[in-house]
Design a protein around this ligand. Structure first.
Ligand code: PLP
Length: 419
């Protein structure tokens, strides 16, 4: 599944010993395997080849320019959610007609930039947003293209924070309203609804919720067809789960076997927006053990990474496998915690972990998606270095932040300086 393996008891990324990376770059350190990244993209592409979808990698999962460029060079489009992500997409030379833009809260400026650029379409989440896009496109004397994001009201059986396709979630439009909106929008002069979009959640490990949502949308498309409303695109979103713990693997082939026959029947051009599936297992976070602290109740392994570097355990109680860089046979029950002043600052709780000493290193696995991209400077911590390994070569793809980076945009008002 990925290119992080032990060789002679040392953990490697492709052909590079991770301990050597630690010596060179220090910790905390994000390490990405180029081969793993590309393999996941290619696996999806191959599994869906019969319908030749446009795979728009979801930039939010990991928005580093090197990751984006690697995928765009292989033919990926990009799924974006902000003006900042549009900027990144342009920086890596993504063709505008391979960019789709979701988000419930697009600002006028963001819409304007995307209309001017001529992206493939906006995934629109409400009628007021649709009216605003029409208004802006008219002002610019351009045509904006839109896929209506449908909320199919299905249960994706994932964490509630990453469930997006239930009617109690803020995302998308219910079927009844969608039909009314499509009819109303037919009178818009500068906007065309060319497709439908769904995205029911993230880290979904069974194909069943996708099948349920796609079936509902296909029923809706058929109804529209009968009324003479024709569409070009169906965007099935992202959400494919990966293995963090003991999840059964949702391979691209197994997923395709279930959904491809349904999608083929639509006759529409299919768009996909995977993020985690492509980059999740392609990255790890390497951290140093600072202290081992024994208390009457627990053993705490205190490391130099915190929730600011990788927030998933704190935010979703997410599980990440944790390995020692030097393979250990002895295990012991402990918590792995960071240095931040929050009790939610942990990477593992009450878990049988490799028995490590102070000064040793741990690898937090499957940290490629929603790791660095959700990181922050909380506690005035400098964000980690990111490196990409390609066989036996190593490339720095983001420098470790400096102390000056932390205060770069801050100013002390004159009246305070004069005291
Ligand atoms: N598309 C949309 C609209 C999303 O909101 C997300 C994630 O939140 C994705 C795609 C990517 O999801 P995943 O990384 O689970 O594939």
């Amino acid at each position: 599944m990925h290119e992080f393996r032990y060789r002679n008891n040392s953990l490697y990324c492709e052909e590079v010993k991770i301990k050597d990376l630690v010596k060179r770059f220090g910790t905390p350190l994000y390490v990405y395997s180029y081969q793993t990244l590309i393999n996941h993209f290619v696996k999806l592409e191959e599994a869906f080849r019969p319908i030749n979808p446009l795979i728009c990698y979801s930039v939010k999962a990991n928005s580093n320019l090197a990751i984006l460029k690697a995928l765009v060079d292989k033919g990926a489009g990009l799924d974006i959610v902000s003006g900042g992500e549009l900027f990144r997409a342009q920086r890596v030379g993504c063709q505008p007609k391979k960019i789709v833009y979701a988000s419930v809260g697009k600002t006028d400026r963001e819409i304007e930039e995307a209309v001017k650029l001529g992206i493939l379409f906006f995934n629109v989440e409400s009628y007021p947003e649709l009216e605003n896009i029409q208004h802006i496109a008219k002002k610019l004397n351009k045509t904006a293209y839109v896929a209506l994001r449908i909320n199919p009201d299905v249960e994706p059986k994932t964490h509630k924070y990453i469930t997006t396709g239930k009617l109690t979630n803020k995302f998308g439009i219910d079927f009844r309203s969608a039909k009314q909106i499509i009819l109303l929008a037919s009178g818009f002069s500068n906007l065309r609804i060319t497709g439908l979009h769904i995205h029911i959640g993230s880290q979904i490990t069974s194909p069943d919720p996708f099948v349920a949502a796609i079936k509902k949308v296909i029923g809706f498309i058929d109804k529209l067809k009968k009324e003479g409303i024709k569409l070009e695109y169906l965007n099935i979103g992202g959400g494919l789960g990966i293995i963090y713990d003991r999840e059964s693997p949702q391979t691209a082939a197994k997923f395709a076997a279930k959904v491809l026959p349904l999608l083929r029947k639509t006759g529409l051009k299919i768009i996909m927006e995977p993020g985690r599936f492509i980059v999740g297992n392609a990255g790890i976070l390497v951290t140093k053990v600072l202290y081992v602290k024994n208390t009457p109740k627990k053993k705490f392994i205190i490391v130099d990474s915190g929730m600011n570097d990788l927030i998933r355990p704190a935010l979703y109680n997410a599980y990440h496998n944790i390995l020692a860089l030097h393979k250990k046979n002895r295990l012991e029950k402990a918590d792995i915690v960071g240095p931040i002043c929050e009790s939610g600052d942990f990477f593992a709780k009450d878990r049988e972990l490799p028995k490590v000493e102070e000064g040793e290193y741990l690898a937090i696995m499957s940290a490629g998606a929603y790791g660095f991209s959700m990181s922050s400077n909380y506690n005035s911590r400098r964000r980690p270095e990111e490196v990409m390994v390609v066989k036996d070569k190593v490339f720095v793809i983001r420098k470790r932040e400096s102390s000056v980076d932390l205060i770069r945009n801050e100013t002390v008002p004159f009246f305070l300086l004069s005291r």
